[in-house]
Design a protein around this ligand. Structure first.
Ligand SMILES: NC(=O)c1ccc[n+]([C@@H]2O[C@H](COP(=O)([O-])OP(=O)(O)OC[C@H]3O[C@@H](n4cnc5c(N)ncnc54)[C@H](OP(=O)(O)O)[C@@H]3O)[C@@H](O)[C@H]2O)c1
Length: 424
């Protein structure tokens, strides 16, 4: 077998080609999907994958099976492909045991109907996991399988994976089929995709690709990690790089469906306004940590006494500092300070010290005041309110500078193309 990417190796060691760090993301196992497809995207010929397989694909299929704690599979694939227990060879079993895993991975079947042949070797020669919704009767299945229930009507795959993680599962290999893959993808649950492209055309219905007919609310970019080749068969390995955005878009879409589109009308209306943008800075009075971020939710909310409200995203690094700060500084950049806005809006304080590249001095309680933004005020935090995915800070002004009288204000329309350092 040859490696074509990321570098060329004409006699590659397949076994080590799939070694990788696969740390479990927060709250769920890492999910690796393995599929074979024809050059035109078909995933089965006459309902089975056999016609698309090859020695290269089969060897990677078995190698990948030796990696996970659990092999996840849709019930239709179990029925169509007559699934039995996994059979990892002795050498690979020894490696699994050395890594602290069980000798064989456990098969986990996702089903709503519970239409599974419990007399088949999968159930008589192993004890699989059955993943199903909470509103089905599992009393009979529970005798031959470990049952995980999550979601009503359909399995909530995010919840089911969370339950697997709580049982110590760190790595899941999903072997399809497309319906299950599509559901995983929609919820941002595919971390890695191993896709074998078989050199043949199959034809058939549109929508038979590896995600079936699943409709994603946005595309999911993939990074090509590796390509192996043997006899015209391409074995590609991709990493997903924006799962969280996809999961958020799916959740928003589900909420919009539930409320009949009122949310989308609201979001569309807000997106057309030109709300003033602010840069809010904060300093932790105890630890000394400082930070700042670009903010679009802010307004004066009282004339006498003077009060100003500013909202910070819960995903924001600056929020963590602001929760401890007694004083926040609010800066009002001008349209020609888009570069400053960009530095505070597109990077995360988790990764960089944004103030390191700015000219600033200490204001009240050590809050950073940006020297290049002439209009600003510092306000004592009088209240903090939870307001959904943001936290509101009520500020009582205690210091400030107006700058020139006629300074124009940077608005949302000028920054909406920026990609936030955090996604909300
Ligand atoms: N090319 C490849 O690499 C590859 C890999 C795997 C499969 N395949 C092929 O793909 C075909 C089967 O794929 P498929 O898309 O029809 O089916 P599938 O994804 O294997 O299984 C679908 C079934 O899984 C259960 N399921 C999936 N998501 C669920 C959820 N969220 N909640 C509850 N149940 C859920 C349901 O089971 P119940 O019906 O029991 O309720 C559903 O009918 C076969 O022809 C197989 O050969 C190809």
């Amino acid at each position: 077998m040859r490696r074509l990417h990321p570098d060329v190796d004409l006699d590659v060691d397949v076994e080590s080609s799939y070694d990788d760090e696969r740390p479990a993301p927060s709250g769920r196992p890492y999910v690796l999907v393995n599929m074979v497809s024809s050059a035109d995207g078909a995933v089965a010929v006459d309902g089975r994958t056999k016609a698309m397989s090859s020695p290269a694909d089969a060897s990677v299929f078995h190698l990948l099976r030796s990696i996970p704690d659990v092999i996840l599979v849709g019930a239709q694939t179990v029925r169509a492909e007559h699934y039995g227990p996994p059979r990892v060879n002795d050498e690979r079993q020894a490696r699994r045991l050395a890594r602290g895993q069980s000798a064989q991975p456990t098969i986990a079947v996702v089903t709503r109907s519970l239409q599974l042949d419990v007399s088949s070797p999968l159930f008589s020669q192993s004890r699989p996991i059955v993943i199903c919704p909470t509103d089905v009767d599992v009393s009979e299945l529970a005798e031959v399988a470990d049952v995980v229930q999550d979601g009503e009507g359909d399995v909530d795959l995010t919840g089911a994976l969370r339950q697997l993680r709580q049982r110590g599962v760190g790595l899941v290999l999903c072997e399809g089929g497309p319906t299950l893959n599509g559901d995983l993808a929609r919820h941002g649950l595919i971390d890695e995709l191993c896709l074998t492209v078989a050199p043949l055309l199959v034809g058939g219905d549109l929508g038979t690709g590896i995600l079936g007919r699943a409709r994603l609310p946005r595309t999911l970019p993939l990074e090509l990690a590796q390509v192996l080749e043997e006899g015209g068969v391409l074995l590609c390995r991709y990493k997903a790089i924006a799962n969280h955005e996809l999961a958020t878009a799916t959740a928003v879409e589900a909420a919009e469906t539930a409320d009949g589109g009122a949310r989308s009308a609201f979001h569309a209306a807000m997106a057309q306004l030109d709300m003033p943008m602010q840069i809010v800075t904060a300093a932790d009075p105890v630890g000394g940590e400082r930070g700042g971020c670009l903010v679009g939710f802010a307004a004066q909310c009282s004339i006498e006494p003077p009060r100003f409200m500013v909202w910070l995203s819960k995903k924001n690094h600056t929020l963590r500092i602001a929760r401890r700060a007694e004083v926040l500084a609010v800066h009002f950049p001008t349209p020609d300070q888009l570069d400053v806005a960009e530095r505070f809006g597109t990077r995360s304080g988790d990764d960089v010290d944004k103030l390191a590249s700015e000219r600033w001095h200490e204001g009240p309680q050590g809050v950073p005041i940006l020297d290049d933004v002439p209009r600003w005020f510092a306000g004592r935090v009088t209240e903090r309110l939870d307001s959904g995915d943001h936290v509101a800070f009520m500020l009582e002004p205690i210091d400030g500078s107006v700058g020139a009288d006629d300074l124009p204000q940077l608005g949302f329309q000028a920054v909406k193309h920026l990609r936030p350092g955090h996604d909300a």
